[in-house]
Design a binder for this molecule. Structure first.
Ligand code: OGA
Ligand code: NI
Length: 335
């Protein structure tokens, strides 16, 4: 079956200056009608190089409880590592369509890995203005190189390099978030799978869209991961939902955007909030982003941590295996 990618649709849409009806969101979702402009509260920006660990822990715990999202600057990943990763990802998406299709997610595959567009239409039969590539980057036992582009030839090396650095940021975040729950530094990591914790990379490719007022990139969702470490390109587009409104998350050069995902909300028994977010698209520019999802191994069970619950704070979530959680979420079955 031939699947039409958004990148191809975008190309012909620009010529006619309209978009196919399945990309036009309902009025409840259209970004032009639902984005709050003017006096905009901003997600917190946190200096990750702050030598005062107590202060850093407090800032991260507050941002995770109040927003479920924050940006970190001075994260320590060298600029070159980031620009190389972004260049290789961009070169992959600029390859001829037939070459990208070599990495397409097989229709019968149970894993999320591979190149594609979201195949099933959402409720109301709408489609998202974005293509993607998913592949695991850690641990080595989870890696399927068949989904790592061979072109550009630098792709593997630059991804392996980024993986090393992003793990450093991930471990540090987990230990600060652990301290923020009143636990020992390493406790949270142990409770999300320890050394088996999986790092899943996604590249989002949002082509220019003639009607950015009517379409959305990824639609409103919370991430299923523990945490997500997202690297955007320079094009504005991420939005966060707070106090019943959608707000732009300002693009900050050299920052990483951290999302609290569903598993961390569950582990913390609701102290940290899994953040509702979505993305908009633009008329002239291609937006790209590289989220890395930190996920428990699929058979690993996640529930509220015994040390955070007590009589006054009884468990609000069921304990279940991560794979069962994912199954319910993807099939819209109550957790
Ligand atoms: C996602 C996501 C946001 C972005 O892929 O889960 O939320 O900025 N992406 O691209
Ligand atoms: Ni997301």
């Amino acid at each position: 079956m031939e699947v039409e990618r958004v990148q191809t649709i975008a190309f012909s849409s620009i010529l006619v200056d309209t978009i196919p009806p399945e990309f036009i969101r309902s009025e409840k979702e259209q970004p032009a009608l639902t984005t709050c402009r003017g006096c905009i509260p901003q997600v917190p920006t946190i200096d990750f190089s702050d030598p005062d660990e107590g202060n850093l822990t407090r800032l991260i715990a507050e941002a995770s409880s109040e927003w479920g999202m924050f940006q970190i600057v001075n994260h320590g990943i060298p600029t070159e590592v980031i620009t190389n990763l972004q260049k290789a990802g961009k070169e992959f998406f600029e390859l001829p369509q037939e070459e990208k299709e070599l990495y397409a997610k097989p229709p019968d595959s149970k894993s999320i890995e591979g190149y594609g567009s979201k195949l099933q239409k959402e409720v109301e039969g709408k489609k998202a203005w974005v293509d993607h590539l998913f592949h695991n980057i850690w641990p080595p036992s989870a890696i399927n190189y068949q989904y790592w582009p061979k072109n550009p030839p630098s792709y593997r090396a630059v991804n392996e390099e980024y993986c090393k650095w992003v793990q450093g940021v991930g471990h540090r975040l987990l230990s600060l978030l652990s301290l923020g729950l009143g636990l020992e530094k390493n406790e949270l990591k142990e409770n999300v799978g320890g050394d088996e914790l999986k790092y899943l990379l996604k590249i989002n490719y949002y082509p220019p869209c003639p009607r950015p007022d009517l379409a959305l990139g990824v639609v409103a969702h919370t991430d299923m991961s523990c945490i997500t470490i997202l690297l955007p390109n320079e094009v504005q587009g991420l939005q966060v939902f707070r106090d019943d409104h959608w707000f732009d998350v300002k693009y900050i050069p050299d920052a990483l955007v951290i999302h609290i995902g569903d598993q961390l909300e569950i582990l913390s028994n609701g102290k940290y909030k899994s953040v509702l977010h979505r993305t908009t698209v633009t008329k002239q520019m291609t937006r790209m982003s590289w989220p890395v999802f930190l996920e428990p191994p699929s058979e690993f069970a996640i529930g509220p941590l015994p040390k955070v619950i007590n009589e006054k704070n009884p468990p609000k979530y069921q304990k279940k295996k991560y794979c069962d959680y994912v199954y319910c979420k993807l099939n819209k079955i109550a957790q």
